[in-house]
Design a binder for this molecule. Sequence first.
Ligand SMILES: Nc1nc2c(c(=O)[nH]1)N[C@H]1C(S)=C(S)[C@@H](COP(=O)(O)OP(=O)(O)OC[C@H]3O[C@@H](n4cnc5c(=O)[nH]c(N)nc54)[C@H](O)[C@@H]3O)O[C@H]1N2
Ligand SMILES: Nc1nc2c(c(=O)[nH]1)N[C@H]1C(S)=C(S)[C@@H](COP(=O)(O)OP(=O)(O)OC[C@H]3O[C@@H](n4cnc5c(=O)[nH]c(N)nc54)[C@H](O)[C@@H]3O)O[C@H]1N2
Ligand code: SF4
Ligand SMILES: [Mo]
Length: 897
Amino acid sequence: MTNVDPKLRTVRTACPYCGVGCGVLATPDGNGGAAVSGDPVHPANLGRLCSKGSALGETLGLDNRLLHPMIRCKGGMERVAWSDALDHVASRMKHIVARDGEDAVAFYLSGQMLTEDYYVANKLMKGFLGSANVDTNSRLCMASSVAGHRRGFGADTVPGTYEDLDQADLLVFVGSNAAWCHPVLYQRMLANKQGRGAKFVVVDPRRTDTAEEADLFLGLKPGTDAALFSGLLVHLADAGALDRDYIARHTLGFDDALARARSLAGSASATALATGLSEADVAAFFKLFRDTSKVVTLYSQGVNQSAQGTDKVNAILNCHLASARIGKPGMGPFSLTGQPNAMGGREVGGLANQLAAHMGFTPPDTDRVRRFWKASNIATHEGLKAVQMFEAIARGRIKALWVIGTNPAVSLPDADLVRAALKKLELFVVSENVRSNDTVDVGAHVLLPAQAWGEKSGTVTNSERRISRQRAFLPPAGEAMPDWWILSEVGKRLGFASAFNYNSAADVFREHAALSAFENDGSRDFDIGALATLSDDEYDTMAPVQWPAPAGRPPSPRFFADGAFYTNDRKARFVAPEVPALRGETTAARPLRLNTGRIRDQWHTMTRTGLSPRLGAHLPEPFVEVNPDDALRYGLMHDGFAKVATEHGQCILKVVVSERQQRGMLFAPIHWNATNASHGRVGALVASHTDPFSGQPEAKATPAAISPYEYVFRGFILARHEVPLPSNLWWVRATVPGGFGYLFADNGDLSRWPAWLKAHATEDVADYMDVGGGVYRAASFTDDRIETCLFVGPGHDAGDWNVVKTMFAADRLDEEQRRMLLSGRAADGTGGGPIVCACFGVGRDTICEAIAAGARTPAAIGAQLKAGTNCGSCIPEMKRLIAQVPPQAEASVRVAS
Ligand SMILES: Nc1nc2c(c(=O)[nH]1)N[C@H]1C(S)=C(S)[C@@H](COP(=O)(O)OP(=O)(O)OC[C@H]3O[C@@H](n4cnc5c(=O)[nH]c(N)nc54)[C@H](O)[C@@H]3O)O[C@H]1N2
Ligand SMILES: Nc1nc2c(c(=O)[nH]1)N[C@H]1C(S)=C(S)[C@@H](COP(=O)(O)OP(=O)(O)OC[C@H]3O[C@@H](n4cnc5c(=O)[nH]c(N)nc54)[C@H](O)[C@@H]3O)O[C@H]1N2
Ligand code: SF4
Ligand SMILES: [Mo]
């Protein structure tokens, strides 16, 4: 497999979003953009991409890119030469270390860095600066899985492969909304269901789109997963469904774990009581698991992001170990990783409690890594984990922080506290792709422009341990440099020239591979020694490869079918979980629990997906999902607004009333932040309670209150450029075809809008004001093209922005359209409605019309409108619409979501 097809100039690379790790073909257009499609030969996706992957081409512009190194001076940020920026960082760090010791500096990294970048950062801090204060956003993401694996297996090993998902007969999703978060893999599992009849069980307090296809949905009480899997262990034991031989030969601790499980959930009825599920559902699950040998249990943030996340992981591992459903085709526990290089970060030791190459801080490991690195000052004990690290910054213990590839002012729990902490830093360095995000805007002292996806080159490892190349297909933006280069240059300036003398990402990779094999001989799971001698050309053309890949030994694709765990005695450990309990009490003032997570078409803090008009169309506003009973109880209206408050902060969010939400729980997405919304930064609400083993915060169960919030006016603005808004608005910004769209709500005076428009419009203005009705609508034109468009009105009459967006996207409007524009109706009377299928931009109204006219299956709708025929992740939503639209209904039918 080669990286470049000279005829097409197409480059094989990998998607920069989720841990599925899909292969991508990118063909640059010569103007800074590229056409993107799925790589048909990449084993993770075989040509498929989800909505986010297919929209990658729309995220490539230079608009918000950081193009030059900058240093803060009195007058603000000032452009400086690279050498000055690097000298500055190195000399300030040296000074702080000399004065306050090495633990006064810290790096906060990201699973979105390439392995090579991550390796150099980790080596610099742990090998040469002498501190282990390197932690990463993986602490918020995978840390409980890592800790659970290490407790159970003696190493952070994911035993299975994606092929197991094709071959399993039962797939149990625990705290995973894979339909939205790992869409290509989910489609692959769906193909198994449809083709081979595999069954799905979904364990989640919310009825997500993943649950739509479930044969059994277990809407348990939050935090009770360890009780469910303890109940399962007891059931397997009592039903004689254990593999006694495997337990005896390859494990320790079974009796204690079973005794604990009995005390937590000794029967189906006790399990039902502990989890809030019905006894029948619990029994059905136990029977399915017991009677199916090929079971894969997939888990993600509903398990990891929990104050008892590590126990949840081990409760799952216990069941797989006890029944020997591990390491064989079609079976095993399977941690779904979030970020594209969550696994690569774990491999290099990006977490503060790991050293490197899956080695820890034991004296032999430390000595081995020291010798390999020829490290002058190796760290000998664990560093601070993310939440503790930011506490130490707040206390003034850590004085210098370098943030690379993550946006902690949004994504850490208690995010307002994080902001306040960042302001205290004496040296605050950020390596970024973007000029502005919440973290940069807190007041970074030094900004270092890093190459972004499409420019950078290196490797990432996906959920099934498969290493793929990300390759450059665009020239770097401005003066942007690779993160590994930036870190190496600082390393050299700190006096460690020979250790950081890399010429290329390939150089770094070879060293990383060599360390994995150094004095290994099968004693450590992570071994890619076979790749340690790749030539530059071989590295460039490297096909996706799964680890382990030891030199001179045939690799086996799975782990642990015959034991051989990575503990001292090579036996796995059963772990007895604690009694499940959420941290933080609900009270009369905060009677609910706030669950947070993801939506289908946005990625984290939206620095990239936010640039795509297609992706912004599905769910454009920050919202909170509420059960209908709670909505009634707290006086909330669907499509109205609510204030959500916790001990830590508050947000104002659009209300979505939905049966899919459990009573007593709220759900809000994590994506909005201060750069694109006025009141939607949900991270500020989340408590920072952490798991005692993994240090991972419980992002899914903060005690919260909700109350209605009223706005007199609502409206939207469409503009060719970002525009300053009047004060005291609720607003959210989205990218729309042709410019920017703002949805807003206002308690100000209607009369402020004509003046606002005038200040931001061309001469050629058409407007319409109905003071009594509280309506103002206006548009300004350049030639026949809309320049700015503003609709304000009462909630029921704010206008449909989907209709106006279509006209805004057009290069010219004819007389008829111009006349119709301020009516908010399209010339043909239809608008399309909110986007359901992001891949083809098909709206809800269009789909409902097709359904009403007789297209009663997703396939029939797809044949007519193409909706759902690419990534398929809108199919659950289409099925809900089919169920709601009566046959032969009025064509103009509107359906509540
Ligand atoms: N579209 C999209 N995809 C993404 C991302 C993105 O930002 N957008 N981010 C990527 C990253 S980094 C990650 S980590 C993954 C995350 O992928 P997921 O873990 O699938 O996503 P989340 O929405 O965070 O949470 C999953 C589910 O956990 C449930 N949950 C909450 N509490 C509990 C509980 O106590 N028990 C159980 N069983 N479930 C519970 C929530 O209701 C939620 O539906 O997604 C990756 N993929
Ligand atoms: N409440 C709550 N909070 C959560 C979660 C939750 O479910 N609930 N989920 C947590 C999880 S699982 C995760 S993974 C985090 C994600 O949270 P973050 O990591 O904070 O989110 P991103 O928006 O992905 O931030 C990545 C940043 O790095 C920049 N970037 C991208 N690529 C590169 C690169 O190659 N080099 C450099 N230097 N910069 C780059 C981007 O521009 C962006 O600003 O959020 C966590 N926070
Ligand atoms: S499933 Fe989507 S986001 Fe994840 S790697 Fe594949 S294309 Fe990218
Ligand atoms: Mo994540």
